[in-house]
Ligand binder design. Structure first.
Ligand code: ADP
Ligand code: TRP
Length: 338
């Protein structure tokens, strides 16, 4: 990245259900830390959410709940820009421009589309297919240089860099768009489902027992951890011995991360114990981190007027930046602007 490029952080979360432990540890915790170092812009990606069919009433509620979740996790709306994507029209405009820059071959490589479209690709909506171009537009509309995300979004970030590079080359606009870098938690880039250690924890998984929601109370957290899948062997001494034990590995990863420790240290501490004992420690650690956030979310959710005001202020700030950048983009493309 050239020296005179100003650092801007951008990221988004879809308002498609309750925020969960994977969202928090894999992404939002990083959003919070970055506020201390850089200018940050965080969006509730509601345009992305409608690539899956949504009940309008539910969507409205989820947008406000995600906003409450952001703030409860520690995002500061005075310092960072927090807004909902659909209220800044530049996202959809730039996405169209990028539909004309991006290549069908690039889209066809996207693994998330393949997973989400499932067997019946012909019947998938076109928005789901070009979703990565909208994500590139989100980031580049603000000329963002750094994007904190979970590991599952890495491929979309690579595509964003390809689009930025192609735009800069095709229109002779050297260094116009920065090539944004993903910021992925090294220690915990992917929190796995509590029911299947090979699948990521996700809002879209059917079973509630597969994830810890940030709004879960202590009782529920304990119950979910108790029911979390493990195997019958005790906790091993060495990391290598976790290789073919994805569920065990996942629970140990989560515990080590939330206690600010390392898996090596946790194994030293817990070796030989069976998982039922370890799960008590894990529940306690999670309750102490998650319950205060859940309590705050519920408080914030009860004042929807306040949440709407926060989004409105954020959208105004985001719109100002977006408008200026879009003006430059349109100039580069040769559009006449009145
Ligand atoms: P979900 O898959 O639950 O719908 P989103 O797609 O809204 O989650 O993801 C929002 C952010 O949280 C993204 O940066 C994503 O990479 C991150 N994230 C989601 N699930 C996980 C997980 N299980 N582990 C780590 N990060 C995750
Ligand atoms: N696609 C991301 C996800 O499903 C959410 C998202 C939308 C995003 N726009 C973004 C993430 C821009 C980072 C930057 O998790």
């Amino acid at each position: 990245m050239s020296k005179n490029v100003k650092s801007v952080v951008f990221s988004g979360v879809q308002p498609s259900g309750n925020l969960h432990l994977g969202n928090y540890l894999g992404a939002i915790k990083n959003f919070v830390d970055l506020q201390k170092k850089m200018k940050c812009i965080y969006c509730i990606a509601d345009l992305h959410a409608i690539t899956i069919s949504q009940d309008p009433k539910e969507l409205k509620k989820n947008i406000l709940d995600t906003t409450a979740g952001f703030i409860a996790c520690g995002l500061d709306f005075k310092k960072s820009i927090i807004f909902n994507q659909s209220s800044v029209s530049g996202h959809a405009e730039l996405a169209w421009i990028f539909n004309c820059v991006s290549r069908i071959g690039w889209m066809n490589r996207m693994t998330q589309f393949k997973e989400k479209a499932g067997a019946n690709k012909e019947n998938a909506n076109v928005g789901l297919y070009v979703y990565p171009n909208l994500m590139a537009a989100d980031i580049l509309l603000y000329k963002a240089t750094h994007v904190p995300v979970g590991d599952d979004q890495k491929q979309h970030l690579e595509l964003t860099r390809d689009i930025a590079q192609k735009f800069n080359n095709d229109f002779n606009a050297e260094n116009f768009f920065p090539l944004p870098e993903p910021l992925i938690q090294e220690k915990l880039s992917r929190v796995m489902s509590l029911r299947d250690g090979k699948k990521k924890m996700s809002k879209s998984e059917e079973s509630d027992y597969s994830r810890i929601d940030l709004k879960d109370d202590a009782e529920t957290i304990k119950k979910k951890i108790k029911k979390a899948k493990t195997d019958s062997s005790p906790i091993p001494e060495k990391i290598e011995d976790l290789k073919n034990r994805p569920e065990a590995q996942n629970l140990l990863n989560i515990y080590s991360f939330v206690t600010n420790s390392t898996v090596e240290k946790t194994l030293k501490e817990m070796k030989g114990k069976d998982f039922s004992k370890f799960k008590d420690h894990l529940s306690d650690a999670l309750v102490s981190v998650i319950c205060p956030i859940g309590k705050k979310i519920k408080e914030l959710e009860s004042d929807t007027a306040n949440l709407k005001k926060i989004l409105k202020e954020g959208s105004e700030k985001a719109s100002t930046i977006a408008k200026n950048n879009l003006k430059e983009i349109k100039e580069i493309l040769g559009f006449i602007q009145s």
